[in-house]
Ligand binder design. Structure first.
Ligand code: EPZ
Length: 451
């Protein structure tokens, strides 16, 4: 752990320009989708992050040839020789990411069997996979959970089905999409997640030959087809990373232009950012989704001076305020005058990181009650999922240990905003989802160093 530390000399506003690439939570799924094609797929703007490495490793283990394309960030996937991998080899990736669960449908289609290692990902609640398993069983999969991982077969093939999600889970929606596209017959998914990353995955699958209808009221209908080909795709930009840098600009009193950031996918964030007292300007003058890498604008975010204002916000599924935007923004809320309220309704344990902010001088109290909004699934249960943030608070330096990806970034922002020198341990975790974050910090004028 001692070499996995970043020394942060805080108190300097972040100023400058950085670029975000393809969204982690789309890129990793589009990579899995490449398994379904019978010809090569080409994905642009892939960030160099740990989750991409994990998925690339798993694809290669299953015989997919992955090569770098001509453009920086371009990957080519050739699935001509998909083959089984040994459980020992697959288990090397155990605990490293949650994406492997999405290999179920594609591997069942390509090989007739699948082995999925024990999952990893951020520790932000129990993160069950019951929806995934129920859906796969309804498609006809036989799922055998063992201590070493999950074995799946499909003795009679995979068949379209009707399934209603108890909650609009992103991963379970993707699981159904990736399984239904080659299943025999029609699948109807109710209460589906409709995040922009899901719509972009549907675009990928449609390019491959899938027939997918997105109806109103969270209903998605997929008509299975006999074969899919490869795709060429430039993903939507990473709206979580973009919001993280926006929050960093606000909390440090700086000005950051996030090239590549797209207004349409960030509308809810932008509304909250403005309500808090942050300023932004959309510098991208192209119509949405136009590809011209390297020439694009994005969104410039800054602290216009004066006091920030307290807000009440509730995280929710799209089009609500993303749960992944919450932690970075809370650091800025510690600087707002009055009482801010945050009600986390997506994950039951995503406020633990506030202890570290309190250690740095913030005043944040967490509650089991559903505060400031509609009652959620976690109300009256033993989950501290609401927070009241009293501000403005003067943050001071501290030694911090990063608990998970987004909370980790919020620790970094807090250290940058605080007076003095902080040591942030476990920073390598941030490489899971933020490409070159240390280089970007330096480019924005942050005083950070490896000891
Ligand atoms: C995705 O996770 C993202 N990860 C998360 O981002 C993001 O926070 C989340 O969606 C919500 O937007 C990836 O895309 C890799 P869910 P996912 O299934 O798909 C419950 C990041 O930092 N649930 O929508 O795992 C679950 O416990 C990460 O980039 C079940 O109960 O999230 C949670 O309370 C963190 N049973 C809720 O649904 C299930 O079988 C939403 O989870 C599945 C989910």
């Amino acid at each position: 752990m001692t070499d996995d530390v970043l020394v942060v000399h805080g108190g300097t506003p972040l100023n400058g320009q950085i670029r975000v690439r393809g969204a982690k939570n789309l890129v990793s799924k589009a990579m899995v989708a490449a398994l379904l094609g019978d010809s090569p797929s080409r994905l642009f703007d892939v960030p160099r992050i740990r989750d991409v490495e994990v998925v690339r490793g798993l694809l290669e283990l299953h015989g997919v040839k992955v090569t770098d394309g001509a453009e920086d960030g371009e990957l080519v996937f050739d699935p001509a020789n998909v083959e089984s991998a040994s459980t020992d080899e697959i288990n090397v990736h155990a605990g490293s990411s949650r994406i492997p669960i999405l290999f179920c449908g594609p591997l069942l289609h390509r090989l007739g069997h699948a082995f999925i290692p024990d999952l990893g990902g951020c520790h932000i609640g129990p993160r069950p996979i019951d929806f995934h398993i129920q859906a796969l069983r309804q498609f006809g999969a036989v799922v055998d959970k063992t201590p070493e991982g999950m074995h799946l077969t499909a003795p009679t093939g995979l068949h379209g089905t009707k399934f209603e999600l108890p909650y609009p889970s992103v991963g379970a929606t993707e699981q159904v999409l990736l399984t239904a596209v080659l299943a025999e017959g029609v699948t109807e998914l109710r209460n589906a997640a409709v995040e922009p990353e899901i719509i972009d995955l549907i675009c990928v699958l449609q390019k491959m030959g899938a027939i997918i209808k997105v109806h109103t009221d969270r209903v998605i209908e997929i008509q299975g087809v006999a074969r899919l080909s490869g795709y060429t795709h430039r993903p939507i930009p990473d709206r979580i990373e973009a919001a993280s840098w926006a929050a960093a600009a606000l909390a440090t009193g700086g000005r950051v232009e996030v090239l590549g950031a797209e207004q349409a996918d960030m509308m809810t964030f932008l509304n909250v950012f403005r309500s808090v007292g942050g300023a932004y300007e959309v510098t991208d003058t192209r119509p949405p989704r136009v590809d011209s890498p390297g020439q694009e604008g994005g969104i410039r975010f800054w602290h216009p001076g004066g006091e920030l204002r307290a807000v009440a916000l509730e995280t929710d599924v799209h089009p609500g305020f993303m749960t992944d935007w919450q932690q970075p923004l809370v650091v800025a809320l510690t600087q707002a005058r009055g009482l801010s309220i945050v009600h986390e309704t997506v994950y039951e344990q995503r406020l633990g990181y506030t202890d570290a902010l309190n250690k740095m001088g913030a005043t944040i109290q967490v509650y089991r009650d559903c505060l400031g909004g509609t009652p959620c699934r976690f109300g009256r249960r033993n989950f501290k999922h609401s927070a009241v943030i009293a501000g403005p608070a003067k943050l001071h330096a501290a030694d911090l240990v990063i608990p998970d990806l987004r909370a980790g970034f919020s620790h970094l922002i807090a250290a940058l905003a605080a007076e003095g020198t902080s040591r942030v341990y476990g920073v390598d975790l941030i490489n899971r989802g933020y490409e070159d974050f240390e280089a970007k910090l330096s480019a924005l004028g942050a005083h950070v160093e490896r000891p």
